[in-house]
Ligand binder design. Structure first.
Ligand code: HEC
Length: 331
């Protein structure tokens, strides 16, 4: 805070100050080894990710992977690894750059101690791993397993079909759905396996006949985009899935049996990738109808899964997508 006041009072900006002077005006780096998960991630997630995360990227800057955090936004490199004094991020945190707002641009500035931790972290190599607790890294290290997901309540788990690397990261986000629903995002695939299906499953619901609705919106994906609903799931390898893929311009119904996916029906449909799309699945006996934005596009029949089973959200490969909490009607 002192530095901010000082630089404003004297009208000093980094441009006219040598880097030695800039380093002097900054809070000193912490004199210890910092741990990314314990010391740094909580600052980023409490104070920065709202504007520089999955949903919003102010100034084209996102801070949720090491690569992006270093690369910076529209102004270029935000972190010079090993040189915190000249890293743009640190200068913005201390309010030393006249051309930019102090970061965070809302709420109190970071304390000198927090800036010192970030400085030490950058000087020590901006390592993106650590020993501290982190839900997503715990999930990422667990293979071939399911991880409970508390955001939607009891019974929900993160798992995958044909898992080849870490599980994807699913997290609750601030954004609301088209009717004000709470939302979850598959924010980071964490793997580059094109054959993996990322699942967020409700294992408590026993769905046989009825309707399931969800609204979804793509965030990103090069290999794949979009996503959909799964139902009558016996386990992570056996279920029906209906998904919309804005990259392929189609809505499809598949069955996944013993981990192998087979197409049952297709409807070509074109739509922008980053707008809300509502999917509704109706199942009565062997009859399946799939509607998109209120219009029935697929009417089909399948006999593979006749028993009640779980429901869930589904994406493939590197598709990152936002979903509302699915609404289920049993009948
Ligand atoms: C309330 C929203 C908000 C929060 C919270 C926020 N920022 Fe920003 N950030 C912005 C905006 C807006 C800009 C563009 C500022 C400008 O042009 O003056 C920006 C720009 C930046 C830039 C420059 C990126 C570029 O290349 O253009 C960096 C680095 C940055 N912020 C880091 C952070 C860090 C680190 C935090 C958390 C300690 C943070 N921000 C918190 C809104 C925010």
């Amino acid at each position: 805070m002192k530095n901010v006041v000082l630089s404003t009072l004297l009208g000093i900006t980094l441009g006219v100050m040598g880097s030695a002077a800039a380093a002097e005006a900054l809070p000193p780096p912490a004199e210890r080894v910092v741990d990314y998960h314990k010391d740094i991630a909580p600052i980023f997630s409490d104070r920065c990710l709202k504007c520089h995360g999955v949903k919003k990227q102010k100034s084209d800057y996102r801070l949720d992977t090491r690569e992006d955090a270093i690369k910076g936004g529209s102004e270029g490199a935000a972190i010079l690894v090993g040189n915190s004094a000249e890293s743009m991020m640190v200068q913005l945190l201390a309010g030393l750059n006249e051309d930019f707002d102090l970061m965070p641009s809302k709420g109190d500035p970071l304390t000198a101690e927090q800036i010192g931790l970030i400085r030490a972290w950058i000087d020590q190599g901006a390592v993106w791993e650590g020993s501290g607790p982190s839900a997503s890294s715990a999930a990422a290290e667990k293979r071939d397993d399911r991880v409970p997901f508390s955001g939607f309540g009891e019974g929900w788990v993160v798992e995958a079909t044909a898992q080849k690397g870490p599980l994807a990261t699913w997290e609750m986000i601030d954004e609301k759905g088209p009717a004000g629903e709470i939302c979850v995002a598959l924010s980071k695939p964490n793997h580059s396996s094109a054959g993996t299906f990322n699942l967020l499953c409700d294992t408590r619901t026993k769905f046989k006949n009825g309707q399931i609705s969800v609204a979804l919106k793509s965030i990103s994906g090069e290999e794949d985009q979009g996503g959909g609903l799964m139902w009558r799931a016996k386990d992570k390898n056996n279920y029906y899935v209906a998904r919309f893929n804005p990259l392929e311009d189609n809505l499809r119904l598949y069955q996944v049996k013993d981990g192998k996916r087979t197409k049952i029906a297709n409807a070509d449909v074109k739509k922008d990738f980053d707008v809300w799309t509502t999917l509704t699945v109706g199942q009565q006996g062997n009859k399946i109808t799939i509607s998109m934005d209120g219009k029935v596009l697929i009417e089909s029949e399948a006999t593979t899964f006749s028993e009640a089973g779980g429901i869930g959200l589904w994406t493939k490969a590197d598709a990152a997508t936002i979903f509302t909490r699915p609404k289920v009607t049993l009948n």
